[in-house]
Design a protein around this ligand. Structure first.
Ligand SMILES: [Zn+2]
Length: 162
């Protein structure tokens, strides 16, 4: 594959790529501007105008507001607040900690034992899109997936100042 275009990235985001196209992308060398292209595709798809700094999950990005604040934002526009605070603490949560609740997703015997593990599903309060799922022991603290060093990422990897 010669060039990974924005159209290919757009199809990948929506899961519309063929298996052959995905394999070709995975095997290809990553071009230096891949992140810029990916960010452009996300920015063009956004229904809001805040600048995307970093996608952190499917449907979630860290954006920069006009006042300089950096917040976690869902595709739908819902804002979870400062990116240094775990966005999951402001999400809707469904905890599957019963055999029936777990069997609904993973029929026996594929599911976990609820005495040893629970499934926590996190949803956006704005659009109810499922944003993440944790499989953790009961009582385990909410997992903070990712706290990026935005300044270092932009300065050292992209040669930009934000
Ligand atoms: Zn949302």
């Amino acid at each position: 594959m010669s060039e990974i275009t924005k159209e290919i990235l757009d199809r990948m985001i929506d899961g519309r790529s063929s298996w052959e196209e995905l394999v070709a992308v995975m095997r290809a060398d990553k071009e230096p501007d891949r992140f810029a292209k990916y960010r452009e595709v996300l920015q063009e798809r956004a229904t809001w105008r805040d600048r995307i700094l970093l996608p952190i999950a499917l449907h979630l990005c860290i954006v920069q507001k006009d006042d300089g604040a950096r917040v976690v934002k869902c595709d739908c526009g819902h804002e979870f607040g400062d990116y240094r605070r775990n966005w999951k603490l402001s999400a809707r949560v469904r905890v599957r900690n019963t055999k029936a609740g777990i069997d609904e997703l993973y029929p026996h015997p594929m599911g976990c034992n609820p005495e040893w593990m629970e499934l926590r599903e996190y949803f956006c309060p704005g659009c109810y899109t499922q944003l993440d799922v944790e499989a953790v022991p009961p009582g385990y603290p909410v997992v903070f997936n990712f706290l990026p060093d935005l300044e270092a990422f932009y300065a050292e990897w992209l040669g930009e100042k934000i």
